[in-house]
Design a protein around this ligand. Structure first.
Ligand SMILES: CC(C)(COP(=O)(O)OP(=O)(O)OC[C@H]1O[C@@H](n2cnc3c(N)ncnc32)[C@H](O)[C@@H]1OP(=O)(O)O)[C@@H](O)C(=O)NCCC(=O)NCCS
Length: 183
């Protein structure tokens, strides 16, 4: 697998990857929802507030298909700390269970760290995301930007310091993530 920053010319292919992957794993409605979320994130978010990374199968010679994609968007805290939110994440069904998801997340985290990002959060399965350094975060320590339907899925990690220090106030997510139904 080859990991890289996305090219804006790949937005449609990336949307299709999210639609396909979440349709296979959840439902057609979920596929459409996550595909539209990814599309809107890539089309409406300022460049400074977005990182998109893709995994390509380099054994496939004809236009190496995108096998996985992860999107990070900025979380803005009053304190000014540099923070990002990882969501959504997809590895195409035919490539799942081979370490691609974890390797792609680690690739993204190392680039964010080099870029000075201090905190990264995500909202998902603690058992999966703990494999790449995420741990549950209490909302008494760091609040989520919107009300959570699964508070146990609020996860985070510090990339530079050793621990996440408590912060007052609620961070703000980018416009595309600012939808109650995805939290
Ligand atoms: C979740 C997902 C990104 C994982 O990517 P992947 O490349 O298949 O994962 P990896 O190969 O890096 O890791 C596989 C391991 O994680 C485990 N795993 C995979 N999905 C998991 C999940 N949702 N919860 C807990 N563990 C999970 C596997 O059992 C496997 O464990 P093993 O190594 O002990 O066999 C991918 O399966 C996917 O896109 N699924 C559908 C969409 C989705 O759920 N996205 C994440 C939510 S935003």
């Amino acid at each position: 697998m080859e990991f890289s920053v996305y090219d804006p010319g790949e937005i449609d292919e990336i949307r299709d990857l999210f639609i396909r992957t979440f349709t296979d794993s959840e439902s057609e409605a979920e596929g459409t929802m996550v595909g539209n979320l990814a599309y809107e994130l890539m089309n409406t978010t300022d460049n400074n507030d977005l990182f998109v990374f893709v995994a390509r199968d380099h054994h496939q010679h004809h236009g190496a298909q995108i096998a996985g994609c992860i999107i990070f968007s900025r979380l803005t805290f009053d304190s000014g700390i540099d923070a990002f939110l990882l969501s959504p994440v997809a590895v195409s069904s035919d490539y799942q269970g081979k370490g691609t998801g974890q390797a792609l997340i680690n690739f993204g985290l190392s680039i964010l760290k080099d870029n000075g990002t201090q905190l990264v959060f995500t909202y998902g399965d603690p058992n999966y995301y703990s494999r790449t350094g995420f741990a549950p975060v209490s909302e008494a320590v760091i609040r989520a930007p919107l009300p959570l339907s699964h508070p146990e899925g609020w996860l985070g990690q510090a990339l530079i310091s050793k621990t996440i220090e408590p912060m007052n106030g609620k961070p703000q997510c980018v416009e595309a993530m600012n939808k109650p139904e995805i939290w």
